[in-house]
Design a binder for this molecule. Sequence first.
Ligand SMILES: [Zn+2]
Ligand SMILES: [Zn+2]
Length: 249
Amino acid sequence: MRFLEKIFHSISTHVLPSACIVCDQHQESSLCAGCLHSLRVESLINYECCYQCGITLEAIELSEQHCVQCINDPPYFDETYCLDRYERVLQNAVHQLKYQKRLAYAHGLASAWNCILSKQLRDYYADYLLPVPLSTQKLSVRGFNQSWEIARRLDCSPNIRKIPYALKRHHHALPQAGGKLSIRRLAIQDMFYIDDSYVEPLQNKRVIIFDDVMTTGATLNEIARVLKDNGISHVTNWVLLRTTKAPHV
Ligand SMILES: [Zn+2]
Ligand SMILES: [Zn+2]
């Protein structure tokens, strides 16, 4: 069976063309050389970003390495790494994955991350990597959790355990997209919890949370609050796309 799988993989890699997830050109890999280059030179690793929330810093914030908002109202998470801005070339690929349910885009998005960020984060030390969860109801409608489908394909230290179901989410009727930070914070309060079987193993551990898109940061902040309340020592966000400016409270 493994032999047949290898043949199929070889055929699909070398004979059947892929479409670039950015420009749709057919070629061998899921990101063409031109789009990868443009992504690399414009990605957020080329900019000075807030150590804690990943937003690009204003000139007056550079000396502190933190944005004014994180200094005035520090979030519960400790660090944030983001690949690119939401407004740029990968936005459509994320939409194709989430809303058109085109699962192949998860592979392309993970490839983009691995090509650009894995060198920087290959030796990053943590115990667990958990995706931002969907509620059971949302999961059954979409069929998959897009954050997990990307996260499971990320290159990282083999010591980091990737667990899809340690973090859980209650179903909530209120829409999540957009809105003021204060309203979003209220809407997601007590929405997340840790599965009983992971409360003990996560104690005093370093945890990475992976999300496809970070906007206000309210979701990731609420997750970090729950984790810290349950004894997790350090919380880092790994985020594919970051909106340029978080709306203030
Ligand atoms: Zn391309
Ligand atoms: Zn910040």
